[in-house]
Every structure is written in structure tokens, then in C-alpha cells.
Design a protein around this ligand. Structure first.
Ligand code: NDP
Length: 451
């Protein structure tokens, strides 16, 4: 790694660590991007003079607030809510809301940081943000979830707006929660605007938004394979998670002729050597979403499948892998096992599912590795298209949107090639995505002067 005259990499990271104590996820995310762009900015005087790297690694603001709600037994419960508005250099802040007990300021700062470059990569005018709460929706009644969402929005509404900050769903926040929050926003402000995405089709939502992240991750995978004259036909595919992203990724793998053989949840993973069909995937969707069931119940439903309690699926031999559950779910040893078992490509459906050790292992083995900020950008891209439809007060057809999603994923792949092509047929997609996303944001920041 070249060391610039102005600041060395270790010195920069020491500063990030010092300013963000007890925020390991955020530090990890900054390190991953900084590692890749340090060489790129080495000889670019303007970036150094204007302290662009330092400014990019500091969120515009972090809003934290109390959320009180009443459970069904009449107990008063207190949660913490956040909105991290990371960077709006190229458009209004945009990024999901996560409800999960593991949510902390560090997790949301890492997600908002990643989101900034991901959104830039889509080519659409969206800045980066993320929000959420340590509220655990599991085991809560629908009324409790509604009351929580209303209370959360009663504070959040003053920080967001169609041209300011446009949140969407994420883990624990699906169409139902978006509906509750949009209803409360409208009730408080009296404005019917495109202030949230992932809305129901009846009130301004976009077709294919639920499918977009999983489908997009598979389109990106298909683009990587196509660049090497390969395709998904017959490819054994290992997938983690069984939520929105995982099930739609599995669906698109089947559409394109591949064979998904695993899904997982926080209890363990199922291995179905015969492959998941569209019918089996539909059962999982209904079981996990509507019945709030566990993935282990799959083995009672479909013969020949096995459940592996408390395990992740990365040791199952496969051709391609899609981590689609959560951050840091695929570690260095898992990555080495995947490579040893013949895996040729990994596409991150989730955000930062592979830890730094795993990313380094994939890079060392020179397999095709698509980072989340490129591979899972399909969701936010269709959210961006939802914003456009809301502004224009119109709706595009499913066919139009499918084509736009495919084109956007192809465009992201091309942008990654611009800075990631290492020659000899090897593409460093992490580097390509980081530099391409960073450059767009950094150049906009340069245009604004010191603000
Ligand atoms: P869902 O809530 O629909 O599903 C999450 C899945 O991950 C569930 O199967 C859940 O299992 C599993 N999971 C959660 N924590 C763990 C854990 N510690 N170990 C193993 N499995 C776990 O979320 P999404 O599918 O929407 O999101 C998944 C990932 O994709 C997240 O990283 C999210 O940020 C990212 N993403 C999502 C987008 C979207 O459009 N939805 C857009 C871009 C990225 P369980 O049921 O047991 O909790």
C-alpha cells in the first residue's frame, strides 16, 4: 500500500479508532473502504487539502432518541432509537430502518457509511443514512408493533422528509412496519409525500421492491460469471438467511437455472441436497413471514433435508455462495472452507456478512467476490425508483422496473470494473466498488467547498 505524503494509513485508522471508541463495526467498515482508496487518493492533492477522507469518515449527524411504548400487559417499555444521517452530497439521505436487539450506534454508523457508497454506485441521486432501534419485534403482537412504530415515528418525523431523508425497511422492518410508520407520519404532518420507501402498492409503493435486493444480488453474480463466460445453469448455491433477501435470492437462482441447497436462520441451517424449488421457497416465505416460524421446521415438511443446529452453511460444498442473513456471519475459516470446497464466486446479499479476514481470504484465492455495497444495491435502487415514481405521481409497470433493475445492476458491475480490473482476468470488486462509490461522493463534496 502506497503511503501518501500527507497521512499514513495507520495514523488515519488510529484517529478513527480514537474518535469512535467501542464502535468496532463502524471502525471495521471505515478500514475496509480506507484500505482500498488509500492508493487511489495517494497522488490526488485536492482530496488531501480538503480533508475528504477525514470528512467522509465522520457522519453529518447522529440523532438518538427515547422511544416509549406500552405493551399488551400495560407495562411501559423504553427503547432507544437512532437516525444516522451520514452524507447527503449527492442526494437526500437514504437508507433503511432496522429493529433488532443487536442494534447499536456503531452498527447503524457502519451501515450508514456503507450505504453512502452503495447509493452512489447505483448511479441514482441518493445520499446515505440508516436508522433503527434495539426494539425486538420477535414475540410481539401486531398491536405492540404498531404502538412501537407510532412512537418511533413521533420523534423521527421531525428529522426526515421527501427531499431531506427517506428511510426504508431493513431487518425487522417490512411492509407492515413501513405502513404503521407512514400512517403516523401522515397523521402528524398532514403531508402525503414519498417520505418512506417500501410502501404498500395501494399508497405509493413500487412493484418489485420486495424482490429487488435478492434478485439484484443474483443479477450481480450472473454479471460476474458472464464476464468469465460462465452462467448459473446447474450451479450448486449455498445461501444463508431465510428472510426477504435470502428467499428472493433463492428464487432468482432457480429462475436462472441454479440449484439453491441451503437456507438458515439464527437457529441453524437446513441442507436440502435435492435443491429448493419455487414451491419450497414459497413455503419458507410464508412460514418465516406470516407464521413467524423457524427454518428447522423445513425438514419435517420436505423429506431428504437435514437441519444443522447452531451452524452456518459455509462448509457445504458449492459452486457459488450468497450470504444473506446479517453482518459478520461468514468468518475467515468459513471463507477458506468455501474456497477449498471449490466455490468460485460469492455475492453478499446482506450488509458486511463477511468479516475482514474472510474478505482477505477471498481476495488471496482470487475468486469472484462481490461486496454488499455493490451486490445488494438492487433494493435501494428500486427504492430510488419508488422516490422517482412518487415525485412524478405515477407508477411504472413490473416489466419496466425489472428491466431497470437489471440495467442498474449491470451498470454497477461496469463501474466496479473501471477501478477493480487487476488484469489477467482478475477483478477486485471490493476495490472497484469502494473507489467508484467514494469518487462520486468525494467529487461532489469538493464542488461544495468546506461545508
Ligand atoms: P429479514 O429480517 O427479512 O431476514 C433476516 C434473516 O437473517 C432471517 O432469516 C434471520 O433469522 C437471519 N439472521 C438474523 N440474525 C442472524 C444471526 N445472528 N445468525 C444467523 N441468522 C441471522 O432481513 P432482510 O432479509 O431484509 O436483510 C438481511 C440482510 O440484508 C441484512 O444485512 C440487511 O441489512 C441486508 N439488506 C437488506 C435489504 C432489503 O431490501 N431488505 C437491502 C440491502 C441489504 P431469524 O428469523 O432467526 O432472526
Amino acid at each position: 500500500m502506497a503511503v501518501s505524503d500527507h497521512v499514513d494509513f495507520n495514523g488515519f485508522m488510529e484517529g478513527v479508532k480514537r474518535r469512535n471508541p467501542y464502535q468496532p463495526e463502524f471502525v471495521q467498515a471505515v478500514q475496509e473502504v480506507a484500505e482500498d482508496i488509500f492508493d487511489f487518493i495517494g497522488d490526488k492533492e485536492e482530496y488531501h487539502e480538503q480533508q475528504i477522507l477525514r470528512r467522509v469518515a465522520e457522519p453529518d449527524r447522529v440523532v438518538s432518541f427515547r422511544v416509549c411504548w406500552e405493551d399488551d400487559q400495560g407495562n411501559i417499555r423504553v427503547q432507544r432509537g437512532w437516525r444516522v444521517q451520514n452524507n447527503n452530497a449527492i442526494g437526500p439521505y437514504k437508507g433503511g430502518i432496522r429493529f433488532h436487539p443487536s442494534v447499536t450506534e456503531s452498527v447503524l454508523k457502519f451501515l450508514a457509511f456503507e450505504q453512502t457508497f452503495k447509493n452512489a454506485l447505483t448511479g441514482l441521486p441518493m445520499g446515505g443514512g440508516k436508522g433503527g432501534s434495539n426494539f425486538n419485534p420477535k414475540g410481539k403482537s401486531v398491536r405492540e408493533i404498531m404502538r412501537f412504530c407510532q412512537s418511533f415515528m413521533t420523534e423521527l418525523y421531525r428529522h426526515i422528509g421527501a427531499d431531506v431523508d427517506v428511510p426504508a425497511g431493513d431487518i425487522g422492518v417490512g411492509g407492515r412496519e413501513i405502513g404503521f410508520m407512514f400512517g403516523q407520519y401522515k397523521r402528524i404532518t398532514g403531508h402525503f409525500t414519498g417520505v418512506l420507501t417500501g410502501k404498500g402498492l395501494e399508497y405509493g409503493g413500487s412493484l418489485i421492491r420486495p424482490e429487488a435486493t435478492g434478485y439484484g444480488a443474483v443479477y450481480f453474480l450472473a454479471n460476474m460469471l458472464a464476464a468469465r463466460d460462465m452462467n448459473l445453469e446447474g450451479k450448486i448455491t449455498v445461501i444463508s438467511g431465510s428472510g426477504n433477501v435470502a428467499t428472493h435470492a433463492a428464487e432468482k437462482i432457480v429462475h436462472l437455472g441454479g440449484k439453491p441447497v441451503t437456507l438458515s436462520d439464527s437457529g441453524g441451517f437446513i441442507h436440502d441436497p435435492e435443491g429448493l424449488t419455487l414451491e419450497k421457497i414459497d413455503w419458507v416465505k410464508a412460514h418465516k413471514t406470516h407464521r413467524r416460524g423457524r427454518i428447522q421446521d423445513y425438514v419435517e415438511q420436505f423429506k431428504g433435508a437435514r437441519f444443522h443446529e447452531g451452524k452456518t452453511p459455509w462448509h457445504v460444498p458449492c459452486d457459488v455462495a450468497l450470504p444473506c442473513a446479517t453482518q459478520n456471519e461468514l468468518l475467515g475459516d468459513d471463507a477458506r472452507a468455501l474456497v477449498a470446497n471449490g466455490c468460485i464466486a460469492v455475492s453478499e446479499g446482506a450488509n458486511m456478512p463477511c468479516d475482514l479476514d474472510a474478505v482477505h481470504a477471498f481476495k488471496a484465492a482470487k475468486i469472484m467476490f462481490a461486496p454488499g455495497k455493490a451486490a445488494n444495491a438492487g433494493g435501494v435502487a428500486v427504492s430510488g425508483l419508488e422516490m422517482s415514481q412518487n415525485s412524478a405521481r405515477r407508477s411504472w409497470s413490473e416489466g419496466e422496473l425489472q428491466q431497470m433493475l437489471k440495467d442498474i445492476m449491470h451498470g454497477i458491475h461496469q463501474r466496479c470494473l473501471t477501478y477493480g480490473d487487476r488484469g489477467g482476468g482478475y477483478v477486485d470488486y471490493v476495490k472497484g466498488a469502494n473507489i467508484s462509490g467514494f469518487k462520486k461522493v468525494a467529487d461532489a463534496m469538493l464542488a461544495f467547498g468546506v461545508v
